[in-house]
Design a protein around this ligand. Structure first.
Ligand SMILES: O=C(O)c1cc(=O)[nH]c(=O)n1[C@@H]1O[C@H](COP(=O)(O)O)[C@@H](O)[C@H]1O
Length: 276
C-alpha cells in the first residue's frame, strides 16, 4: 500500500484510526480463557467489531512474545485473519526493532515475509543500516520512532545537539527522511506531545505520522489533528486500551465497536474541518 492508497482508505472510512491490539491474557474477558486460542478469539472479535471504523491495526509484539510459541501462533493467525477478511487494513507490527544490517535483514524477512505485515516500528538509534533493509521491500513501510509519548522521551529525544542547536529527535527526522520516501517511511510522534507536531510538520510536511497516546495516555485527538494533519490527512492515530478494554465482560466486542465508532465520528468532523 502506498501513501495515496492509505489516504483513499481514510477518505472512504472517514477515519484515521489505528486500533492497537495490545491483547493481554490477564485483561481479556474470562469466558475466552476456555477457548483453544483465547488471544486469537479476542482479536478476531475486536477486529470484526471495529473494522468498519478503523483503517489500521497494530498488534504490539510484547503482548504476543510474552506468551512464547503460543503467542507467536496467535499473532500469525491474527495477521492472516485481518489480511484475508479485511484486505484494505494497514497492519503494523509494533516491534520497535533495529540492529546491525545483516540482523535487520532477518527482522525485515520475519515481518514482511514470515508475517505479512505492511509496516514495522523501528528504533533508529543505531543508524541507517538498521533501517535500510526494511526499505528494500516494495510496498512495505518503516515507522521510525521520533518523538515518543512516554515521559522519559525527554531523556534523549529532547536533548540539544551541540553541533547545530537542534533537538535529537529533529536530527533523527531530518537524517532518516533521506533514507526512504513518503511512500515507505512514517514517523512515530506521541499524541501527548501534540503541541510539538507543528515543529515536526516543519521538517516533514508530507510524511504520514503514527500517533499513539490518545485514550489511555490522555492525548487530545483534536490537538493532534490541529497541529499534525496535512492535505492528505497524514495521520494514523492509535488507540489500544481505551478501545479493546472498553468493557471486559461478554459484551466486550460491542463496547469496542462503540468506542471505535465514537473516535471515528470525531475524526470525520476533523477531516471535514480540514476540507478532506
Ligand atoms: O510505537 C508505538 O506504537 C508507541 C510509541 C509511543 O511513543 N508511545 C506508545 O504508546 N506506543 C505504543 O502505542 C500503544 C499505546 O497504547 P494505549 O496507551 O493503550 O492506547 C502501545 O502499544 C505502545 O507501545
Amino acid at each position: 500500500m502506498n501513501a495515496q492508497q492509505l489516504f483513499e482508505q481514510i477518505q472512504a472510512k472517514r477515519s484515521f484510526l489505528c486500533v492497537g491490539l495490545d491483547s493481554d491474557i490477564t485483561k481479556i474477558p474470562q469466558h475466552l480463557l476456555s477457548t483453544e486460542d483465547p488471544i486469537f478469539e479476542f482479536n478476531k472479535a475486536i477486529v470484526d467489531a471495529t473494522a468498519e471504523y478503523a483503517v489500521s491495526y497494530k498488534p504490539n509484539l510484547a503482548f504476543y512474545e510474552s506468551l512464547g510459541v503460543a503467542g507467536w501462533i496467535s499473532l500469525h493467525k491474527t495477521v492472516r485473519y485481518i489480511r484475508e477478511r479485511y484486505p484494505s487494513q494497514f497492519i503494523i507490527a509494533d516491534a520497535k526493532r533495529g540492529d546491525i544490517g545483516n540482523t535487520s535483514e532477518m527482522y525485515a524477512k520475519a515481518f514482511f515475509e514470515g508475517f505479512d505485515f505492511d509496516a514495522v516500528t523501528l528504533a533508529p538509534y543505531m543508524g541507517s543500516d538498521t533501517v535500510t533493509p526494511f526499505l528494500k521491500y516494495e510496498g512495505k513501510w518503516s515507522i521510525i520512532l521520533a518523538l515518543t509519548s512516554n515521559k522519559s522521551a525527554a531523556d534523549f529525544q529532547l536533548l540539544e545537539d551541540a553541533a547545530n542547536g537542534k533537538k535529537i529527535y529533529e536530527d533523527v527526522i531530518t537524517t532518516s527522511a533521506q533514507w526512504g520516501t513518503t511512500d515507505n517511511t512514517m514517523y512515530v510522534v506521541g499524541a501527548t506531545k501534540a503541541e510539538m507536531l507543528g515543529d515536526v510538520r516543519q521538517l516533514i510536511p508530507n510524511h504520514f505520522l503514527l500517533v499513539p497516546g490518545v485514550g489511555a495516555q490522555g492525548g487530545s485527538l483534536s490537538e493532534v489533528a490541529k497541529h499534525g494533519m496535512n492535505s492528505q490527512c497524514g495521520l494514523l492515530v492509535n488507540s489500544s486500551r481505551a478501545i479493546i478494554y472498553a468493557d471486559t465482560t461478554e459484551n466486550f466486542a460491542a463496547a469496542a465497536a462503540k468506542a471505535a465508532r465514537e473516535v471515528r465520528d470525531e475524526m470525520d468532523i476533523l477531516l471535514k474541518e480540514k476540507g478532506l
